[in-house]
Design a protein around this ligand. Structure first.
Ligand code: ADP
Length: 601
C-alpha cells in the first residue's frame, strides 16, 4: 500500500505537517512559560529590587510597628498592581520571619504550599542571619509554580513577604495554545491530503505514463514516442526515455538483421553448423548438418551422444578462445571433419561445431592411391616379363634355338607395346583430367563415323568368327564434336564387344536420334558383366577379369577414357538394359555443342 508514489507523497506531507506543528507547539509552549517566568521576576525586581529602596524602606518602617504585619499587608495591597497580584493565580503572603507562620496576605493560608520552597528557605535563612539582601528569587523551571520570598526587618520584627504564582494562567494559556495547535494540525493534515492528491496528479501521472510507455517498449512495441509535456525533470526523463527507446529500436533492428543474415548463412551454407548450450543441449542445427549426420537431430539430442566421442564437453567449455579442437566422425557412409570451439563464457556460452563433409576428398584420396598402385602394378608386370626374357636370351649365349629366341623377342616386343599402350592411355587420361586436351570440334555425319569404325573392326570380328551387323544409319544427322576422339570411343566399345564375346558370337551396332541428341548402342551376346561390377567398369584400371583383359591386350583404361571424352561432349555413356547373355553399351551425344573447344568446319 505504501509502495505507491501517491501514498508516499501523502505520508511525507502528513509527517511534515505533524512535525512542523509539534516543533511550533513546543516552541510556543516553552516561550510562553519562560516569558511568564521572566515577567514575574521582573515585576518582583521592579518592586523589591536594589533600586527601589523607597518602597522597601517604607516596608521596613511599617514592619517596626506593633501591627507591622497588617501595615505591610496594606502596603502590599497598594503595590499589588505592579506585582501582578490577581488574587487568584498570584497572591502575596506576609509570614512571620522567625517561624514562617502565616500572618496575612491576599489569600488565606490554604493557598500556601505545604512544602517550604527553596526561595522561602533562602529568605528564612536570611532572617536568621538578619541579612536584608537574602531575597529568595531563583526560578525553578521544573516547579509548577513561581515564587519569591523577601525578608523585611523593622525594629526587632522580621517578616517575610512571600509572593506565589501557581502558574494557572500559563497553564491555561498553554492549554489554549495546544487546542489551537491541534486545530491547526487537523486543518494542516486535511490540506496536506488535498495537496498530495493535487501533487500526485501533476507528479505521478507523467510517471505513470512513463511506466506504461516503458512496459510497451519492454513488450517490443516501439510504435509511438511518449509526449513530453513539461520541461522539468520528468519532462527531461521522458525525452531521454524516448531517445533510449529509439536507440534500442535501432540496435534491436541491427541485431535482428545480423541474426537474419546468420540464419540465412547457416541455412544455405554447405558446411554443417551445430550449437550446444552450456548444459550440453542442442540449440541450433542447420539443414546441412542434419544431412551430414544422417540421423534425426532434434532438441532432445545432447552433445555427448553426437560428439562426446571426439572431445569431452566440459573440456571443450574450458578451452580458451581462439583455441579449438578438431576430429573426424564417420556418419553412415560419410566421413566428416569436425571443428569444435567454445563460444562466450562458461555460464552463458556453449560449444559451436562446424562439420565439413570430406567423403569425396577421402574417396578421391583412396582412388588416387589405388590408381598409383594400379599403374605401378600394370607397368611392373610387362617390365618383369621383358627383363626375364631379355636375361634368358643373354644368359643362353646363343644356346637357345632360333625359333624360341624369336618367340622370346616377340614377347618382349608385345610387352613393350603394352607398356607404350598403357603410358599413352595414361597420358590421354591425364590430359583429359587437366583439361589440356582441347576438343577439336567439327560438324560431321554421325552415321559416317559409325560406318568407318564398323569397317575398321570388321576384320577383327571376322577373325573371331563373329557376326557383326549394323542397323539403319540413314537418317542420322550431322553432329558437332571431336570426330577422331569420338571414333576412338566407338572403337573402344566395339573392340570390347569383340574381345569379350566368345568366338562365333553376334555383335550389333544400332544408332538413332531423339530431338537434340544422337545415340549409339553396341550389343553383344558375349560373357556379359556381372551385376556387382556394372557400377565400376568405367573406373580406371577396373577390369572384371584381369587375366582375360590382359591376354586380349586390354589396359583397363579404355572405358574410363571413353567416359571422359563423352562427358567432355556433354554426352553420356553407360551400360544399357540387356536381355539374355551379353552386354549393351549405350552412348548419347548432343547434336550441337555449346561453347568450348575449337570448331573445324
Ligand atoms: P580393357 O582394356 O580391360 O578392355 P576397358 O576399360 O575397355 O578396359 O573395359 C573395362 C572392363 O569392362 C573390361 O576389362 C571388361 O572386364 C569389362 N567389359 C567392357 N566391355 C565389355 C563387354 N562388351 N563385355 C564384357 N565385359 C566388358
Amino acid at each position: 500500500m505504501f509502495r505507491s508514489l501517491h501514498m508516499k507523497l501523502t505520508l511525507i506531507l502528513l509527517l511534515l505537517i505533524t512535525s512542523l506543528m509539534v516543533v511550533v507547539g513546543a516552541f510556543l509552549t516553552i516561550n510562553v512559560s519562560s516569558f511568564f517566568t521572566n515577567t514575574f521576576y521582573q515585576q518582583i525586581d521592579s518592586v523589591f529590587g536594589a533600586d527601589q529602596r523607597e518602597f522597601v524602606s517604607s516596608l521596613r518602617g511599617e514592619a517596626a510597628q506593633e501591627d507591622g504585619a497588617l501595615r505591610i499587608q496594606q502596603m502590599m495591597d497598594a503595590a499589588a498592581g505592579r506585582l501582578g497580584i490577581d488574587y487568584s493565580s498570584r497572591n502575596y503572603f506576609v509570614l512571620d520571619g522567625a517561624t514562617g507562620a502565616y500572618l496575612g496576605g491576599s489569600a488565606d493560608e490554604s493557598a500556601m504550599p505545604r512544602e517550604q520552597s527553596p526561595n522561602l528557605l533562602t529568605a528564612r535563612n536570611a532572617v536568621l542571619r538578619r541579612d536584608e539582601t537574602g531575597i529568595g528569587d531563583v526560578s525553578d523551571v521544573t516547579a509548577d509554580y513561581m515564587d519569591a520570598a523577601i525578608p523585611i526587618f523593622g525594629g526587632g520584627n522580621a517578616f517575610i513577604i512571600y509572593i506565589l504564582d501557581n502558574r494557572d494562567t500559563v497553564s491555561g494559556l498553554n492549554e489554549q495554545l495546544f487546542v489551537i495547535i491541534m486545530q491547526a494540525l487537523f486543518i494542516g493534515l486535511l490540506i496536506s491530503v488535498l495537496l498530495s492528491f493535487l501533487l500526485s496528479k501533476t507528479m505521478v501521472d507523467p510517471i505513470e505514463k512513463l511506466t506504461a510507455g516503458a512496459e510497451r517498449v519492454a513488450a517490443g512495441d516501439f510504435g509511438s514516442a511518449l509526449p513530453v509535456e513539461s520541461t522539468d525533470e520528468i519532462g527531461i526523463l521522458t525525452g531521454t526515455f524516448n531517445e533510449m527507446a529509439g536507440v534500442l529500436q535501432t540496435t534491436l533492428a541491427a541485431v535482428e538483421n545480423e541474426r537474419n543474415k546468420l540464419d540465412t548463412l547457416f541455412l544455405h551454407m554447405t558446411d554443417g553448423v551445430v550449437a550446444f548450450s552450456h548444459d550440453g543441449k542442442l540449440i541450433h542445427c542447420n539443414p546441412a548438418a542434419n544431412d551430414m549426420l544422417q540421423r534425426p537431430v532434434g532438441p532432445q539430442c545432447t552433445y555427448d551422444e553426437l560428439f562426446g566421442s571426439i572431445y569431452p564437453f566440459q573440456e571443450m567449455l574450458a578451452l580458451q578462445r581462439p583455441n579449438f579442437a578438431e576430429g573426424q566422425l564417420e556418419a553412415g557412409d560419410k566421413t566428416l571433419e569436425v571443428y569444435l570451439a567454445p563460444f562466450s563464457d562458461r555460464e552463458r556460452g556453449g560449444v559451436l561445431i562446424v562439420l565439413h563433409d570430406v567423403t569425396e576428398q577421402h574417396r578421391n584420396e583412396e582412388r588416387r592411391k589405388e590408381f598409383v598402385a594400379n599403374v605401378s602394378h600394370e607397368l611392373r608386370t610387362p617390365l618383369t616379363n621383358v627383363r626375364t626374357y631379355a636375361e634368358t636370351l643373354r644368359d643362353a649365349e646363343g644356346d637357345i634355338p632360333l625359333d624360341t629366341a624369336n618367340n622370346f623377342l616377340d614377347i618382349i616386343i608385345t610387352e613393350t607395346d603394352r607398356m607404350t599402350h598403357i603410358v599413352q592411355d595414361l597420358l590421354t587420361l591425364s590430359r583429359l583430367d587437366r583439361g589440356d586436351a582441347e576438343l577439336v570440334l567439327s560438324r560431321f555425319p554421325f552415321a559416317e563415323s559409325i560406318r568407318s569404325v564398323v569397317r575398321s573392326s570388321a576384320l577383327n570380328a571376322q577373325q573371331r568368327g563373329h557376326e557383326l551387323t549394323c542397323g539403319d544409319l540413314d537418317h542420322l544427322p550431322l553432329i558437332v564434336g571431336d570426330r577422331s576422339r569420338l571414333e576412338q570411343v566407338m572403337m573402344n566399345i566395339l573392340g570390347n564387344a569383340i574381345k569379350y564375346t566368345p568366338d562365333g558370337g553376334h555383335i550389333r551396332v544400332l544408332a538413332g536420334c531423339e530431338e537434340d541428341t544422337v545415340w549409339m548402342e553396341v550389343w553383344d551376346d558375349g560373357i556379359g558383366i556381372p551385376e556387382r561390377d556394372r557400377e565400376r567398369i568405367f573406373e580406371r584400371f577396373y577390369r572384371v577379369d584381369k587375366a582375360r583383359s590382359r591376354e586380349s591386350g586390354g589396359t583397363g583404361l579404355g572405358l574410363s577414357i571413353a567416359r571422359e571424352i563423352v562427358q567432355r561432349h556433354r554426352g553420356t555413356i553407360a551400360l544399357a538394359p540387356h536381355e539374355g547373355p551379353g552386354t549393351t553399351i549405350r552412348m548419347t551425344l548432343p547434336i550441337a555443342q555449346g561453347r568450348g573447344g575449337q570448331t573445324e568446319e
